[in-house]
Write a protein that binds this ligand. Structure first.
Ligand code: 7TS
Length: 410
């Protein structure tokens, strides 16, 4: 939004109380943003304000608190709709996370539309959350899973993808930006080619929603899923976007209150969208507070944050490359602010412990992407991932700590 105002990282940091704590006596350096982002005061206050002022169940009460809570809950749905440029707010379903969103689609859509012999295409870059639900439904329906290979830098092989696509392909489920490497997939092209074959496309936006402009109408994806906790919102809220006509054709995922129109012991009829997919009392407080996370991003401007994060990415990549025994995985131009690396003779877990002793939070291991690690020929990596509030000074602290740790471990 205000692109004329210089990016004030210190003012942004002041909005995040957790950044002022110490870890092992050192100032916290939080570089595990791809796992979950920290929360601005506005999000924390939205939670306490809800519980202190208008805690109530929604959509069913005829009293002031219920009306206020319902209005705030539905305002969050509209905020999400605008955040990803969906056409209708009915196309936004609240779940508990990306994982639940994918399970809902695999179960509801998969049970209805998949048949024996059909094929589902995923990529080698997928998080387990976009692998296992498809395996479960494929096994049940007699469908097969095909995997798009990648090159040594983690880029999808588009020729191989085109070879895999066929009239048997019913679903193409791919990650937008890899959580383990940061590599951004050419989803526009993947969607276009998949639709030519009549296949549906699900985009796992868990890592992209916070960094990239998302326009689900321009993308023309059939489903887009992401998690609130990675976009500065609370844990326990996920988003499932689906095209209206598709969601209307899909049966409910769970039965219970809220999702019905009328119930008798003989038969029940189902509520309209989006409530058909939101059985039971939802995660009201966290859904409401998610809007404050989205507002935080919109107030600074996603492109402003991206510019800052890209600078951090470039700075960190150059500094890391100066360490001779360190090798970056997924070292491509087109990526989000994630750097994953291995160091000769150093186990990532040992490194994480030493970095934690210096107040630095990074992620190590397979990043819930074991098949990807196998493709890359590593057991795991060390991953640093940046957010709006990180600084170059923090990267300098990381580099000093890395050099010190490598000396200790070798
Ligand atoms: N898909 C991708 C691409 C992800 O990065 C994650 C979480 C998920 C799905 C699952 O999201 P959830 O909110 O339902 O758990 N990724 C990570 C990570 O990289 N480190 O911790 C969680």
């Amino acid at each position: 939004m205000p692109s004329t105002i210089p990016y004030n990282v210190q003012a942004i940091r002041a909005e995040f109380p957790i950044l002022h704590r110490k870890v092992k006596g050192k100032n916290l350096v939080y570089f595990d943003n791809a796992a979950t982002s920290q929360k601005p005061t506005a999000v924390i206050e939205a939670l306490t304000h809800y519980y202190s002022h208008y805690n109530s169940n929604i959509h069913r009460g005829l009293h002031t608190l219920a009306d206020e809570a319902t209005a705030a809950f539905e305002a969050s749905r509209v905020a999400v709709q605008q955040f990803i440029h969906a056409e209708n707010h009915e196309e936004i379903i609240f779940t508990k996370g990306t994982t639940e969103s994918i399970n809902l689609i695999a179960h509801s859509w998969g049970n209805t539309f998949l048949q024996q012999g059909d094929e589902i295409i995923i990529s080698s870059l997928e998080h387990h959350a976009n692998i296992v639900p498809w395996q479960l439904i494929a096994e049940k329906k007699g469908a097969a899973i095909k995997v798009i290979p990648i090159d040594a830098k983690g880029r999808i092989d588009m020729n191989a993808f085109q070879q895999l696509l066929s009239p048997k392909t019913k679903m193409v489920a791919v990650v937008h930006a890899s959580n383990a490497l940061g590599v951004i997939n050419p989803v526009e092209e993947i969607i276009r080619l998949s639709h030519q074959q009549g296949a549906m496309v699900l985009i796992d936006g868990a890592q992209s929603a916070v960094h990239l402009d998302i326009d689900v109408q321009a993308l023309d994806c059939d489903f887009f899923v992401f998690s609130g906790h990675k976009i500065y919102g609370p844990t326990g809220v996920g988003i499932l976007y689906g095209k209206k006509e598709l969601l209307e054709a899909m049966p409910p995922y769970q039965g219970g209150g809220e999702m019905i129109k009328e119930v008798s012991f003989e038969k029940s009829t189902f509520n309209e969208l989006p409530f058909k997919f939101e059985a039971g009392t939802p995660n009201i407080a966290d859904v409401i507070a998610l809007k404050s996370g989205i507002d935080f991003i919109q107030n600074i401007g996603k492109s402003e944050i991206r510019k800052h994060e890209d600078e951090l990415l470039e700075y960190a990549t150059a500094k890391l490359k100066d360490i001779p025994e360190l090798h970056i995985k997924g070292d491509v131009q087109h990526k989000v602010s994630v750097v994953s690396f291995v160091i000769d003779g150093v186990h990532p877990q040992d490194l994480a412990i030493l970095l934690d002793n210096q107040g630095i939070a990074v992620r190590t291991g397979h990043h819930c992407a074991q098949p990807l690690m196998k493709c890359l020929g590593v057991v795991g990596t060390t991953r640093v991932s940046f957010a709006a509030y990180n600084t170059k000074e923090e990267i300098d602290i990381l580099i000093t700590a890395l050099n010190k740790s490598i000396k200790m471990l070798k």
